[in-house]
Design a protein around this ligand. Structure first.
Ligand SMILES: NC(=O)c1ccc[n+]([C@@H]2O[C@H](COP(=O)([O-])OP(=O)(O)OC[C@H]3O[C@@H](n4cnc5c(N)ncnc54)[C@H](OP(=O)(O)O)[C@@H]3O)[C@@H](O)[C@H]2O)c1
Length: 248
């Protein structure tokens, strides 16, 4: 048995053919299939077309907006007809990038605190659709801003993943009832049927440069644990990837 505290690293694995997918590297670089063309991009697409569908003219809010899913979701919301797209991210560098690179109209810096107040400034008329990657304070602020008939896709709750004590939940759920809002969970694995449709669109947008993506790369399998923890603390912009020794 492996003693506690020691890590086992494997750079290769033998799989049944049925458990593997052959990716088409002629349409995009291999790493795009781990990000925009993989389950990351599909999560944004399913969330905003099925779970909390964006309609023409909607105001859309995305949390973890400079991350892997969020950096795609904002651009997608615009293509789906959103009139205003607002992103939340941590710190001035990331919020700047939301505006300059990922096409957001307004950015909220959750590290500055007072999310409800920042959100009221960014979306004075409220929010129709919220893609929730964070839970906790973000979900509460979004419910506080949700418009009648609003839709919330519960995609993740990262504020609680590494918390040492239970993260407080929203204390304003009745507002969701009063606004007749829909809060709906989603798991990307239930939407794999959308893969061909999504890849068909996104590969074209990547090729013509209209879908902007970033990667944060940690070199070496021995840095995998740090890379994983880095996602929880916001060390990444766009997709966090680990490059294996054989690729270096
Ligand atoms: N339901 C599904 O099937 C499905 C599929 C894929 C992903 N997800 C979920 O979607 C979310 C995003 O996943 P991802 O892979 O794209 O990760 P990511 O957004 O690339 O990385 C996570 C980001 O979350 C932000 N963050 C961490 N702790 C936070 C906190 N307490 N408050 C606010 N922001 C915080 C950090 O950005 P800042 O520096 O901006 O804080 C960090 O970079 C995760 O919750 C993940 O579990 C769900």
């Amino acid at each position: 048995m492996q003693p506690l505290g020691e890590h086992v690293h494997a750079e290769r694995a033998a799989l049944d053919a049925g458990a593997a997918t052959v990716v088409d590297t002629s349409i995009a670089p291999p790493t795009a299939h781990l990000g925009a063309l993989g389950t990351t991009g599909l999560t944004a697409y399913a969330a905003l077309t099925r779970t909390a569908p964006v309609k023409e003219g909607d105001v859309v809010l995305v949390s973890a907006a400079a991350g892997a899913v969020g950096s795609i979701a904002g651009q997608l919301a615009r293509r789906l007809g959103a009139s205003r797209v607002i992103g939340s991210a941590g710190g001035p560098v990331k919020t700047r990038k939301l505006l300059d690179v990922f096409g957001y109209d307004a950015a909220v810096d959750h590290r500055r605190g007072d999310l409800p107040c920042q959100l009221a400034e960014a979306a004075p008329e409220g929010v129709d659709v919220y893609l929730d990657a964070v839970g906790g304070d973000h979900l509460e602020a979004a419910i506080g801003a949700i418009r009648p008939g609003g839709r919330i896709a519960m995609v993740g709750a990262i504020s609680g993943y590494n918390a040492t004590r239970p993260a407080p939940g929203p204390d304003n759920l009745f507002r969701a009832a009063a606004q007749e809002a829909t809060l709906r969970g989603m798991l990307v694995s239930s939407h794999f049927d959308l893969f061909p449709e999504w890849i068909g669109k996104a590969a074209g947008w990547l090729a013509d440069g209209s879908l902007r993506t970033e990667e944060t790369v940690a070199d070496g399998i021995e840095r995998a644990a740090d890379a994983f923890l880095g996602v929880l603390s916001g060390a990444n912009t766009g997709k966090m990837l680990v490059r294996l020794g054989t690729d270096r």
